[in-house]
Design a protein around this ligand. Structure first.
Ligand code: A2P
Length: 337
């Protein structure tokens, strides 16, 4: 079997570390793995399989001769360095929002729209974490009954803000426990014992950029610009695992039973919906898993053809690292690399 030369940019970050683990756990065929980050962590060591790999400082000349570079080092780094990867003929799978809405850049969730991956389209965007898990759950319903409108509210873990988000919650919980002053370093307010309805910056119309990303990216991935979506995104004091309450209106009638049946058969979805056993998806049970979990599937009786679902996934895996690695697997499967 052919093996590939792979780069991870942002290897020391919360998502980057999961990318390395996912490449190992999913046994991606690797010939060489290069780990890159900023000068701050150059020289540090990260374990891959049975080897300790040394992190090097990102440099535009690294990409030549490599097949795939997975980026998770923020939008500015991607904007600057992804073109160098593309120029060198290295497929760049970018986790930031830098390229997602560019017309010719594929925005990909492999269970939903693998057809947009094509030879020569070197920059590929990994969608926003909240978008990925939502479209995995919406796609089978859309195919069956055509979704007209979606109302989504999110409950997003602090790890979505990277290592500094994780650290903020950890330090605040410790300070509260010890009766010390609580410091706010990353979020707008204390996140411990709180909810913050503010992710990314506010736009002129009162929506946050995170909400706009969910709306626009969903339209692009489902290739349906008539589908109406409105979103409220909320940061919650959970380390890992995003949850979403999604209200759906379809053109054609769809019972909760039919929705449950189609979701049970959908790629990448696990239905957890047995109320007699208090079974429903939760962040702690999605941690470390690659799938998207769907439960609380029920009809919304206040509208014609309405449905409510509850969707949970590991934001660092399906919401970021494992979706990116699945894109790499699809490039291999389709013979693009
Ligand atoms: P470093 O550890 O050297 O700062 P997170 O989102 O968890 O904070 O992680 C961000 C990742 O992106 C880290 O690996 C970080 O490396 C990396 N990174 C940030 N800025 C740059 C940059 N200018 N060049 C290369 N890597 C960067």
């Amino acid at each position: 079997m052919k093996k590939y030369k792979v780069i991870v940019v942002g290897a020391t970050g919360a998502v980057g570390r999961e990318m390395i683990r996912t490449l190992e756990n999913r046994n991606f065929p690797i010939q060489v793995l290069k780990l890159l980050a900023s000068s701050r962590s150059a020289g540090s060591k990260i374990k891959f399989k049975n080897n300790e790999l040394t992190v090097e400082e990102l440099n535009k000349n690294f990409f030549k001769g490599f097949d795939i570079a997975i980026f998770s080092a923020g939008g500015d780094t991607s904007k600057k360095f992804a073109p160098y990867a593309a120029e060198a003929g290295c497929y760049c799978i970018d986790n930031s929002s830098a390229w997602r809405m560019e017309k010719d850049i594929p925005l990909v969730v492999p269970e939903v729209n693998p057809e947009v991956l094509q030879k020569g389209r070197y920059i590929i965007a990994n969608p926003n974490c909240s978008t990925i898990q939502m479209v995995v759950a919406l796609k089978p319903i859309h195919d069956l009954a055509k979704i007209k409108r979606v109302v989504v509210s999110t409950y997003q873990a602090v790890s979505g803000a990277g290592q500094k988000g994780i650290l903020d919650l950890k330090e605040q919980l410790t300070a509260i426990e010890n009766g010390e002053t609580v410091h706010v370093n990353n979020f707008q307010y204390q996140i411990a014992n709180n909810l913050i309805p503010h992710i990314d910056v506010f736009m002129d119309d009162g929506y946050t950029k995170e909400e706009v990303k969910m709306i626009k990216e969903t339209n692009k991935i489902l290739n349906d610009f008539d589908l109406k979506i409105t979103a409220t995104t909320v940061r919650v004091p959970v380390y890992r695992g995003h949850a979403e309450s999604i209200n759906i209106e379809t053109k054609d009638p769809l019972s909760a039973k039919e929705a449950k049946s189609v979701l049970s058969k959908a790629a990448g979805v696990i239905v957890q919906d047995d109320l007699s056993k208090n079974e429903y998806p939760m962040p702690i049970s999605s941690e470390g898993k690659y799938e998207t979990f769907v439960g609380r599937i029920r009809e919304d009786k206040t509208v014609k053809n309405g449905l409510n679902i509850w969707v949970v996934s590991d934001n660092l895996l399906k919401g970021a690292a494992s979706n990116a690695v699945q894109i790499a697997e699809t490039l291999v499967f389709k013979g693009i690399v």
